[in-house]
Design a protein around this ligand. Structure first.
Ligand code: ADP
Length: 453
Protein backbone atom coordinates (compact mmCIF):
# COMPACT_ATOMS: atom_id res chain seq x y z
CA UNK A 1 0.00 0.00 0.00
CA UNK A 2 1.31 3.44 -0.90
CA UNK A 3 0.58 6.51 1.19
CA UNK A 4 1.82 10.08 1.22
CA UNK A 5 2.17 12.19 4.38
CA UNK A 6 4.00 15.33 5.39
CA UNK A 7 5.71 13.55 8.27
CA UNK A 8 6.18 9.88 9.15
CA UNK A 9 7.21 9.21 12.76
CA UNK A 10 8.81 5.80 13.38
CA UNK A 11 8.29 4.54 16.93
CA UNK A 12 5.54 5.40 19.42
CA UNK A 13 7.50 6.01 22.63
CA UNK A 14 7.88 9.30 24.46
CA UNK A 15 10.03 10.89 21.76
CA UNK A 16 7.73 9.77 18.94
CA UNK A 17 4.58 11.11 20.54
CA UNK A 18 6.20 14.45 21.40
CA UNK A 19 7.36 14.78 17.78
CA UNK A 20 4.05 13.70 16.24
CA UNK A 21 1.88 15.91 18.46
CA UNK A 22 4.09 18.95 17.83
CA UNK A 23 4.20 18.42 14.06
CA UNK A 24 0.44 17.92 13.91
CA UNK A 25 -0.27 21.02 15.99
CA UNK A 26 1.92 22.92 13.52
CA UNK A 27 -0.44 21.92 10.76
CA UNK A 28 1.38 18.93 9.27
CA UNK A 29 -0.29 15.70 8.18
CA UNK A 30 1.40 13.12 10.44
CA UNK A 31 1.33 9.35 10.84
CA UNK A 32 3.06 7.15 13.46
CA UNK A 33 4.19 3.59 12.81
CA UNK A 34 4.96 1.29 15.75
CA UNK A 35 6.23 -2.24 15.43
CA UNK A 36 4.86 -3.54 18.72
CA UNK A 37 1.17 -4.33 19.31
CA UNK A 38 1.01 -1.38 21.73
CA UNK A 39 2.57 2.05 22.09
CA UNK A 40 5.01 3.10 24.79
CA UNK A 41 8.44 1.48 24.36
CA UNK A 42 10.91 1.96 27.18
CA UNK A 43 9.16 5.19 28.14
CA UNK A 44 6.12 3.21 29.26
CA UNK A 45 8.04 0.90 31.59
CA UNK A 46 10.34 3.57 33.00
CA UNK A 47 9.78 5.54 36.18
CA UNK A 48 9.50 8.55 33.86
CA UNK A 49 10.77 11.08 36.35
CA UNK A 50 11.76 14.29 34.59
CA UNK A 51 14.69 16.58 35.41
CA UNK A 52 13.34 20.13 35.12
CA UNK A 53 15.64 22.86 36.45
CA UNK A 54 13.87 25.88 37.90
CA UNK A 55 10.54 24.10 38.27
CA UNK A 56 7.59 25.22 40.40
CA UNK A 57 8.18 22.64 43.18
CA UNK A 58 11.79 23.72 43.59
CA UNK A 59 10.60 27.28 43.97
CA UNK A 60 8.20 26.21 46.75
CA UNK A 61 10.97 24.27 48.53
CA UNK A 62 13.49 27.08 48.12
CA UNK A 63 15.86 24.99 45.99
CA UNK A 64 18.02 27.14 43.76
CA UNK A 65 18.65 25.69 40.33
CA UNK A 66 19.32 26.70 36.75
CA UNK A 67 19.65 25.27 33.25
CA UNK A 68 23.40 25.94 33.50
CA UNK A 69 23.67 23.79 36.60
CA UNK A 70 21.77 20.95 34.97
CA UNK A 71 24.01 21.19 31.90
CA UNK A 72 27.06 20.99 34.15
CA UNK A 73 25.65 17.93 35.89
CA UNK A 74 24.97 16.23 32.56
CA UNK A 75 28.52 16.93 31.40
CA UNK A 76 30.13 15.79 34.65
CA UNK A 77 27.88 12.72 34.74
CA UNK A 78 28.81 11.87 31.15
CA UNK A 79 32.56 12.36 31.68
CA UNK A 80 32.49 15.37 29.33
CA UNK A 81 32.11 13.11 26.33
CA UNK A 82 28.69 14.66 25.66
CA UNK A 83 28.15 17.14 22.83
CA UNK A 84 27.93 20.40 24.85
CA UNK A 85 25.67 22.07 22.29
CA UNK A 86 23.07 19.29 22.55
CA UNK A 87 23.38 19.26 26.34
CA UNK A 88 22.59 22.96 26.40
CA UNK A 89 19.52 22.43 24.24
CA UNK A 90 18.18 19.79 26.64
CA UNK A 91 18.92 21.79 29.79
CA UNK A 92 17.60 25.09 28.40
CA UNK A 93 14.32 23.56 27.22
CA UNK A 94 13.72 20.91 29.87
CA UNK A 95 11.38 22.98 32.01
CA UNK A 96 9.35 24.10 28.98
CA UNK A 97 9.04 20.45 27.96
CA UNK A 98 7.69 19.45 31.37
CA UNK A 99 5.19 22.32 31.22
CA UNK A 100 4.18 21.26 27.71
CA UNK A 101 3.51 17.72 28.95
CA UNK A 102 1.43 19.22 31.75
CA UNK A 103 -0.44 21.91 29.82
CA UNK A 104 -0.78 20.44 26.32
CA UNK A 105 -0.91 16.72 27.10
CA UNK A 106 -2.53 16.89 30.57
CA UNK A 107 0.23 14.91 32.26
CA UNK A 108 -0.19 15.15 36.03
CA UNK A 109 3.02 15.75 37.97
CA UNK A 110 2.98 14.81 41.63
CA UNK A 111 3.60 17.47 44.26
CA UNK A 112 7.01 16.15 45.30
CA UNK A 113 10.46 15.91 43.76
CA UNK A 114 12.99 13.08 43.59
CA UNK A 115 16.74 13.40 44.01
CA UNK A 116 18.41 11.42 41.27
CA UNK A 117 21.98 10.17 41.38
CA UNK A 118 24.61 12.51 39.98
CA UNK A 119 22.44 15.65 40.09
CA UNK A 120 23.67 18.41 42.35
CA UNK A 121 20.18 19.44 43.48
CA UNK A 122 16.75 17.86 43.78
CA UNK A 123 15.06 18.72 40.49
CA UNK A 124 13.15 15.71 39.16
CA UNK A 125 9.38 15.79 38.70
CA UNK A 126 7.42 12.59 39.30
CA UNK A 127 4.53 11.62 37.01
CA UNK A 128 1.33 10.46 38.68
CA UNK A 129 1.89 6.90 39.91
CA UNK A 130 5.67 7.23 39.42
CA UNK A 131 5.66 5.41 36.10
CA UNK A 132 5.76 6.10 32.37
CA UNK A 133 2.18 4.89 32.03
CA UNK A 134 1.01 8.41 32.90
CA UNK A 135 3.15 9.98 30.16
CA UNK A 136 2.24 7.50 27.42
CA UNK A 137 -1.45 7.32 28.31
CA UNK A 138 -1.77 11.11 28.13
CA UNK A 139 0.36 11.56 25.02
CA UNK A 140 -1.49 8.80 23.23
CA UNK A 141 -4.83 10.36 24.15
CA UNK A 142 -3.62 13.72 22.84
CA UNK A 143 -2.44 12.15 19.58
CA UNK A 144 -5.81 10.46 19.21
CA UNK A 145 -7.67 13.68 19.95
CA UNK A 146 -5.64 15.37 17.20
CA UNK A 147 -6.52 12.58 14.78
CA UNK A 148 -2.99 11.29 14.28
CA UNK A 149 -3.15 7.74 12.90
CA UNK A 150 -1.09 5.19 14.87
CA UNK A 151 -0.34 1.99 12.96
CA UNK A 152 0.52 -0.73 15.48
CA UNK A 153 2.22 -4.01 14.57
CA UNK A 154 3.91 -2.12 11.76
CA UNK A 155 7.68 -2.31 11.58
CA UNK A 156 9.68 0.22 9.56
CA UNK A 157 12.34 -1.66 7.61
CA UNK A 158 14.07 0.79 5.30
CA UNK A 159 14.45 4.49 4.63
CA UNK A 160 13.94 5.55 1.02
CA UNK A 161 16.27 8.16 -0.50
CA UNK A 162 16.38 10.01 -3.80
CA UNK A 163 19.44 10.36 -6.01
CA UNK A 164 20.75 13.28 -3.93
CA UNK A 165 20.66 11.23 -0.72
CA UNK A 166 17.64 13.03 0.67
CA UNK A 167 15.26 10.84 2.68
CA UNK A 168 11.88 10.84 0.92
CA UNK A 169 10.04 8.05 2.67
CA UNK A 170 10.09 4.76 4.48
CA UNK A 171 9.06 1.17 3.91
CA UNK A 172 7.20 -0.71 6.62
CA UNK A 173 5.76 -4.17 7.16
CA UNK A 174 2.37 -4.52 8.81
CA UNK A 175 0.73 -7.78 9.86
CA UNK A 176 -1.15 -8.09 6.59
CA UNK A 177 -0.04 -5.04 4.64
CA UNK A 178 3.29 -3.77 3.41
CA UNK A 179 3.55 -0.01 3.17
CA UNK A 180 5.56 2.43 1.15
CA UNK A 181 5.23 5.86 2.72
CA UNK A 182 6.31 8.94 0.83
CA UNK A 183 7.01 11.88 3.14
CA UNK A 184 8.49 15.36 3.19
CA UNK A 185 10.29 14.38 6.38
CA UNK A 186 10.84 11.22 8.41
CA UNK A 187 11.44 11.27 12.17
CA UNK A 188 13.25 8.36 13.78
CA UNK A 189 12.15 7.77 17.35
CA UNK A 190 12.82 4.05 17.57
CA UNK A 191 14.58 4.01 20.95
CA UNK A 192 17.82 2.28 21.90
CA UNK A 193 19.32 -1.18 21.41
CA UNK A 194 19.38 -2.60 24.94
CA UNK A 195 17.47 -5.70 23.82
CA UNK A 196 19.74 -6.42 20.84
CA UNK A 197 22.43 -8.64 22.32
CA UNK A 198 24.45 -8.89 19.09
CA UNK A 199 24.58 -5.12 18.68
CA UNK A 200 25.52 -4.73 22.36
CA UNK A 201 28.39 -7.18 22.04
CA UNK A 202 29.59 -5.54 18.85
CA UNK A 203 30.21 -2.29 20.74
CA UNK A 204 30.95 -3.58 24.24
CA UNK A 205 31.80 -7.30 24.41
CA UNK A 206 31.30 -7.25 28.19
CA UNK A 207 27.58 -6.54 27.85
CA UNK A 208 26.79 -10.04 26.64
CA UNK A 209 23.88 -12.44 27.18
CA UNK A 210 24.86 -12.97 30.83
CA UNK A 211 23.58 -9.46 31.61
CA UNK A 212 19.82 -9.13 31.80
CA UNK A 213 18.02 -6.06 30.50
CA UNK A 214 15.30 -3.73 31.78
CA UNK A 215 14.34 -2.88 28.20
CA UNK A 216 11.22 -3.39 26.16
CA UNK A 217 11.74 -6.20 23.63
CA UNK A 218 11.27 -3.58 20.92
CA UNK A 219 14.57 -1.85 21.76
CA UNK A 220 16.63 -3.51 19.06
CA UNK A 221 18.33 -0.53 17.46
CA UNK A 222 16.29 -0.66 14.21
CA UNK A 223 16.55 3.09 13.74
CA UNK A 224 20.32 2.94 14.11
CA UNK A 225 20.52 0.20 11.49
CA UNK A 226 18.20 2.00 9.05
CA UNK A 227 19.95 5.36 9.48
CA UNK A 228 23.40 3.82 9.04
CA UNK A 229 22.31 2.49 5.64
CA UNK A 230 21.58 6.03 4.45
CA UNK A 231 24.92 7.32 5.69
CA UNK A 232 24.20 8.49 9.26
CA UNK A 233 27.12 8.90 11.61
CA UNK A 234 26.98 7.01 14.93
CA UNK A 235 28.42 8.32 18.18
CA UNK A 236 29.04 6.84 21.62
CA UNK A 237 27.87 3.34 20.73
CA UNK A 238 30.20 1.74 23.29
CA UNK A 239 28.51 3.50 26.22
CA UNK A 240 25.88 1.13 27.51
CA UNK A 241 24.37 1.85 30.90
CA UNK A 242 23.26 -0.66 33.47
CA UNK A 243 20.69 0.26 36.11
CA UNK A 244 21.91 -0.82 39.54
CA UNK A 245 18.68 -1.99 41.15
CA UNK A 246 16.95 -4.65 39.06
CA UNK A 247 15.34 -8.03 39.53
CA UNK A 248 18.28 -10.47 39.65
CA UNK A 249 16.18 -13.15 37.94
CA UNK A 250 14.47 -11.20 35.11
CA UNK A 251 16.33 -7.89 34.77
CA UNK A 252 13.18 -5.80 35.30
CA UNK A 253 13.87 -2.40 36.83
CA UNK A 254 12.57 -2.36 40.40
CA UNK A 255 10.30 0.53 41.29
CA UNK A 256 11.03 -0.35 44.94
CA UNK A 257 14.16 1.67 44.22
CA UNK A 258 12.01 4.84 44.33
CA UNK A 259 12.76 4.76 48.06
CA UNK A 260 16.45 5.31 47.26
CA UNK A 261 15.62 8.33 45.10
CA UNK A 262 13.72 9.88 47.97
CA UNK A 263 16.89 9.34 50.02
CA UNK A 264 15.54 6.79 52.51
CA UNK A 265 17.58 3.64 51.82
CA UNK A 266 20.99 2.18 52.46
CA UNK A 267 22.52 -0.42 50.21
CA UNK A 268 24.66 -3.17 51.69
CA UNK A 269 26.43 -6.34 50.62
CA UNK A 270 26.07 -9.83 52.06
CA UNK A 271 28.63 -8.85 54.69
CA UNK A 272 26.17 -6.19 55.90
CA UNK A 273 28.36 -3.27 54.85
CA UNK A 274 27.72 -0.26 52.67
CA UNK A 275 30.08 -0.06 49.71
CA UNK A 276 28.94 2.84 47.50
CA UNK A 277 27.08 6.14 47.68
CA UNK A 278 23.39 5.32 47.32
CA UNK A 279 22.82 8.44 45.21
CA UNK A 280 25.86 7.99 43.01
CA UNK A 281 26.00 7.53 39.26
CA UNK A 282 24.31 4.45 37.85
CA UNK A 283 27.48 3.14 36.23
CA UNK A 284 29.52 3.60 39.41
CA UNK A 285 26.87 1.87 41.54
CA UNK A 286 26.45 -0.96 39.03
CA UNK A 287 30.15 -1.66 38.88
CA UNK A 288 30.40 -1.59 42.65
CA UNK A 289 27.53 -4.09 42.97
CA UNK A 290 29.15 -6.41 40.44
CA UNK A 291 32.21 -6.56 42.72
CA UNK A 292 30.25 -7.74 45.77
CA UNK A 293 29.58 -11.28 46.95
CA UNK A 294 27.19 -12.99 44.52
CA UNK A 295 27.23 -9.85 42.29
CA UNK A 296 24.15 -8.62 44.12
CA UNK A 297 23.23 -5.98 46.69
CA UNK A 298 20.57 -5.58 49.34
CA UNK A 299 18.55 -2.39 49.62
CA UNK A 300 17.15 -1.60 53.07
CA UNK A 301 14.38 0.80 54.04
CA UNK A 302 12.38 1.17 57.25
CA UNK A 303 8.61 1.59 57.51
CA UNK A 304 8.90 5.35 57.64
CA UNK A 305 10.88 5.56 54.38
CA UNK A 306 8.65 2.90 52.83
CA UNK A 307 5.55 4.97 53.55
CA UNK A 308 7.04 8.30 52.51
CA UNK A 309 8.16 6.76 49.20
CA UNK A 310 4.55 5.70 48.47
CA UNK A 311 5.70 2.22 47.53
CA UNK A 312 2.48 0.49 48.52
CA UNK A 313 0.40 3.17 46.85
CA UNK A 314 2.27 3.18 43.54
CA UNK A 315 3.82 -0.26 43.16
CA UNK A 316 1.73 -2.81 45.08
CA UNK A 317 1.86 -5.47 42.36
CA UNK A 318 5.64 -5.40 42.26
CA UNK A 319 5.87 -5.71 46.05
CA UNK A 320 3.60 -8.79 45.98
CA UNK A 321 5.68 -10.34 43.25
CA UNK A 322 8.99 -9.65 45.02
CA UNK A 323 7.68 -11.18 48.25
CA UNK A 324 6.42 -14.30 46.49
CA UNK A 325 9.67 -14.67 44.55
CA UNK A 326 11.70 -14.51 47.77
CA UNK A 327 13.41 -11.30 46.62
CA UNK A 328 11.90 -9.11 49.33
CA UNK A 329 11.49 -9.58 53.06
CA UNK A 330 9.52 -7.55 55.58
CA UNK A 331 10.56 -8.19 59.19
CA UNK A 332 10.07 -6.60 62.59
CA UNK A 333 13.77 -6.40 63.36
CA UNK A 334 16.89 -5.73 61.34
CA UNK A 335 18.26 -9.05 62.50
CA UNK A 336 15.32 -11.01 61.18
CA UNK A 337 15.44 -9.19 57.86
CA UNK A 338 19.17 -9.84 57.54
CA UNK A 339 18.82 -13.53 58.38
CA UNK A 340 16.30 -14.05 55.59
CA UNK A 341 19.03 -13.39 53.01
CA UNK A 342 21.96 -14.70 55.08
CA UNK A 343 23.32 -11.15 55.49
CA UNK A 344 25.68 -10.62 58.45
CA UNK A 345 23.16 -9.26 60.95
CA UNK A 346 25.63 -7.85 63.47
CA UNK A 347 27.42 -5.89 60.76
CA UNK A 348 24.12 -4.67 59.33
CA UNK A 349 23.09 -3.34 62.74
CA UNK A 350 26.40 -1.50 63.03
CA UNK A 351 26.03 -0.13 59.51
CA UNK A 352 22.59 1.24 60.32
CA UNK A 353 23.79 2.72 63.62
CA UNK A 354 26.61 4.48 61.82
CA UNK A 355 24.30 5.67 59.08
CA UNK A 356 21.87 7.11 61.61
CA UNK A 357 24.70 9.02 63.26
CA UNK A 358 25.56 10.48 59.82
CA UNK A 359 21.95 11.54 59.35
CA UNK A 360 22.13 13.31 62.68
CA UNK A 361 25.42 15.00 61.81
CA UNK A 362 24.25 15.86 58.30
CA UNK A 363 27.37 14.37 56.69
CA UNK A 364 28.31 10.91 55.53
CA UNK A 365 32.08 10.62 56.03
CA UNK A 366 32.18 7.21 54.35
CA UNK A 367 30.46 7.75 51.00
CA UNK A 368 29.26 11.34 51.04
CA UNK A 369 25.64 10.48 50.44
CA UNK A 370 24.17 13.74 49.16
CA UNK A 371 20.72 13.52 50.72
CA UNK A 372 19.83 11.83 54.02
CA UNK A 373 16.35 12.98 54.99
CA UNK A 374 15.68 10.41 57.75
CA UNK A 375 17.19 7.77 60.01
CA UNK A 376 16.49 4.09 59.53
CA UNK A 377 14.94 3.24 62.88
CA UNK A 378 11.25 2.46 62.60
CA UNK A 379 10.35 -1.20 62.10
CA UNK A 380 9.21 -3.19 60.28
CA UNK A 381 12.18 -3.22 57.92
CA UNK A 382 12.24 -4.16 54.27
CA UNK A 383 15.15 -5.59 52.29
CA UNK A 384 15.18 -6.28 48.55
CA UNK A 385 17.87 -8.26 46.77
CA UNK A 386 18.90 -6.66 43.48
CA UNK A 387 21.45 -6.67 40.67
CA UNK A 388 22.31 -4.40 37.73
CA UNK A 389 20.81 -4.89 34.26
CA UNK A 390 21.23 -3.13 30.89
CA UNK A 391 19.10 -0.01 30.94
CA UNK A 392 20.01 2.76 28.52
CA UNK A 393 22.17 2.91 25.42
CA UNK A 394 23.83 6.32 25.32
CA UNK A 395 25.06 5.92 21.75
CA UNK A 396 23.15 6.27 18.50
CA UNK A 397 22.74 8.47 15.46
CA UNK A 398 24.38 11.84 15.57
CA UNK A 399 22.06 14.84 15.41
CA UNK A 400 22.49 18.61 15.50
CA UNK A 401 20.59 21.11 17.65
CA UNK A 402 17.72 21.03 15.10
CA UNK A 403 17.40 17.24 15.53
CA UNK A 404 18.62 16.72 11.96
CA UNK A 405 20.60 13.55 11.40
CA UNK A 406 24.29 14.07 10.56
CA UNK A 407 26.10 11.99 7.94
CA UNK A 408 29.61 10.61 8.03
CA UNK A 409 31.03 13.70 6.33
CA UNK A 410 29.55 16.01 8.95
CA UNK A 411 26.74 17.23 6.68
CA UNK A 412 23.01 17.01 7.23
CA UNK A 413 20.89 14.18 5.81
CA UNK A 414 18.00 16.15 4.34
CA UNK A 415 14.55 14.88 5.22
CA UNK A 416 15.69 12.87 8.25
CA UNK A 417 15.25 13.84 11.89
CA UNK A 418 15.87 11.80 15.04
CA UNK A 419 15.04 12.18 18.74
CA UNK A 420 15.20 10.14 21.92
CA UNK A 421 17.26 7.10 22.80
CA UNK A 422 17.98 6.38 19.12
CA UNK A 423 20.31 9.40 19.15
CA UNK A 424 23.82 9.53 20.58
CA UNK A 425 26.10 12.14 22.07
CA UNK A 426 23.73 13.85 24.48
CA UNK A 427 24.62 11.88 27.61
CA UNK A 428 28.28 11.09 26.96
CA UNK A 429 29.38 7.94 28.76
CA UNK A 430 26.54 7.90 31.26
CA UNK A 431 23.00 9.27 31.38
CA UNK A 432 21.82 10.62 34.71
CA UNK A 433 18.48 9.40 36.00
CA UNK A 434 15.48 11.49 34.90
CA UNK A 435 17.44 13.14 32.08
CA UNK A 436 15.96 10.79 29.47
CA UNK A 437 12.44 12.18 29.78
CA UNK A 438 13.81 15.70 29.43
CA UNK A 439 15.89 14.66 26.40
CA UNK A 440 13.14 12.78 24.56
CA UNK A 441 10.55 15.47 25.18
CA UNK A 442 12.80 18.38 24.24
CA UNK A 443 14.26 16.79 21.11
CA UNK A 444 10.95 15.14 20.19
CA UNK A 445 9.35 18.57 20.12
CA UNK A 446 12.26 20.10 18.17
CA UNK A 447 12.13 17.30 15.59
CA UNK A 448 8.36 17.68 15.25
CA UNK A 449 8.60 21.43 14.91
CA UNK A 450 11.31 21.36 12.23
CA UNK A 451 9.87 18.44 10.30
CA UNK A 452 6.54 20.25 9.99
CA UNK A 453 8.04 23.31 8.31
P1 ADP B 1 12.23 6.96 23.36
O1 ADP B 1 12.40 7.02 24.84
O2 ADP B 1 13.41 7.45 22.62
O3 ADP B 1 10.93 7.53 22.93
P2 ADP B 1 11.10 4.29 23.46
O4 ADP B 1 11.80 3.02 23.72
O5 ADP B 1 10.20 4.81 24.53
O6 ADP B 1 12.18 5.37 23.03
O7 ADP B 1 10.19 4.16 22.15
C1 ADP B 1 10.68 3.64 20.94
C2 ADP B 1 9.54 2.97 20.20
O8 ADP B 1 9.93 2.66 18.87
C3 ADP B 1 9.12 1.64 20.83
O9 ADP B 1 7.74 1.63 21.06
C4 ADP B 1 9.55 0.61 19.79
O10 ADP B 1 8.74 -0.56 19.80
C5 ADP B 1 9.42 1.38 18.49
N1 ADP B 1 10.21 0.85 17.38
C6 ADP B 1 11.47 0.36 17.42
N2 ADP B 1 11.87 -0.06 16.21
C7 ADP B 1 10.84 0.17 15.35
C8 ADP B 1 10.62 -0.06 13.95
N3 ADP B 1 11.55 -0.62 13.18
N4 ADP B 1 9.43 0.30 13.42
C9 ADP B 1 8.47 0.85 14.19
N5 ADP B 1 8.61 1.07 15.51
C10 ADP B 1 9.76 0.74 16.09
Amino acid sequence: KEETHDVVVIGAGGAGFAAAITAKMNGADVIIVEKMPMAGGNTLISGAEYAAPGNWLQAAEGIEDSAELMAQDMLTGGDHLNDPELVKVVADNALAGAEWLRDTCNVVWEDELMFFGGHSVKRSLIPLGASGAEIIKKEQAKAEELGIPLLLDTRATELITDETGRVIGVKAEGKNTDYTFTAKNVILTTGGFGSNIEMRKQYDPQIDESILSTNSVGSTGDGITMATKVGANLVGMEYIQTYPICDPTTGALLYYDDARLYGYTVIVNKEGKRFVEELGRRDVMSMAIKDQTGHVCYELVDQNGFDLSKLQENHAAELDYLTQAGLMVKADTLEEAANFFGIDAEELKKTVENYNSYVEAGVDPEFNKRSMPAKIETGPYYIVKAAPAVHHTMGGVQINANAQVINQDGGVIEGLYAAGEVTGGIHGTNRLGSDALADITVFGRIAGENASK
